[in-house]
Design a protein around this ligand. Sequence first.
Ligand code: 9WN
Length: 410
Amino acid sequence: MITHDAVRVLVANWDGTYTVPSRRLYPHQWSWDSAFIAIGNARWSPRRARTELLTLFGAQWQDGRVPHIVFNPAVPEGAYFPGPRFWGVRAPSGVATSGIVQPPVHALAAWKIHQAEPDVAFLRRIYPRLVAQQRFLRGERRSPEGLISIVHPWESGMDNSPAWDLPLQAVEATGSAGGIGAVRRDLGHVSAAERPTDRDYERYVALAAAYRDSGYRDPGSFQVEDPLFNAAYGVAESVLAEIARVCGHDPEPHEREAVRVTAAMVEHLYDDGLFHARDVRTGCLIRSSSAAGLTPLLLPGLPREIVNTLVGTALDRFGLKDGVLPSYSPAAPGFEPGRYWRGPKWINLSWLVWQGLRERRPDLAAPLADGMIAAVGASGFREYFDPITLDGHGSRDFSWSAALIVDVVA
Ligand code: 9WN
């Protein structure tokens, strides 16, 4: 029954060649959403899952970057802010896109689609694009420590995580004329108490405008190494090794890169039972209690003792045993159970940690799966949930909440 309801949401949000995250709030294609959506669609329509990814990679730039939004030209400019006119850029295919990226979870999605329904022709088609995506990140975003940086909170996918409060202090908000509230479209759909503040938004817009004005090259005043983004990058290399094997390419460079980035993460981002982000501009670790710090559990080569301490942290500070897993630890100051990435439970974060625990700790993966199912059972396929009461927040009929539930119950 739950799968049936989830598929109904996915069908309603399908736009012919991709799926919108939600009809009203996010009426275009988003990068990491499409990867999560494809993982769920692979369970009932592998063809649709393949199309979803190929549509996204159809908007890949010449330099290999996969934009975080691919705009639907049929949707009016004013439906989402910032829209295509703000970003002012087109992919070689001619479609309007944003110029920033999101966590590269797409190789994992491609592999899962292939596992659901083997299709070597699809893998052969997507492999060079996935390789180019990784090459862009290495070429443009790698720091001397060997980690990948993000240059905008939107690139983390966890926009207003408390982990970004400190580095965002270095960003000058432009204080846009008439107030940012006047241009924000999100507040027409969701209560302001559940979204980032106007002050956050002013900084997001200032950062994006500066990056745009540098021709999408200069990192600007926000540059951090995020554990989730780097975990996704590392997992992508492990999975690319598998894909390379199937396609008759050399898996070794991918295996080496996965080992290398895992070691760099352990050396530079791990401290006191959790992975943290690092501010590239100051060289300092940003100690926070974000669940992003648990997602390196995805890395197959993570040393056993680190797995054990991460699991300990998830049990002590994130309610793992009861399947709670909020985006930010309730034990930490700054926790807000209803405000976006500052505390609510998100299905994609739970899924990433679940994925990391399935083989290593099935006893703990099970309650986490139950926790995801309980959240949508209580409140529907909402965008995020109060981690304690399971009240739903953000948009309704949210695609990745539906898709990942399909995967979890399969
Ligand atoms: C900005 C689409 C996206 C998700 C992000 C989530 C939110 C956008 C926004 O929605 O971000 O990219 O307008 O707030 O934070 O993770 O990909 O669902």
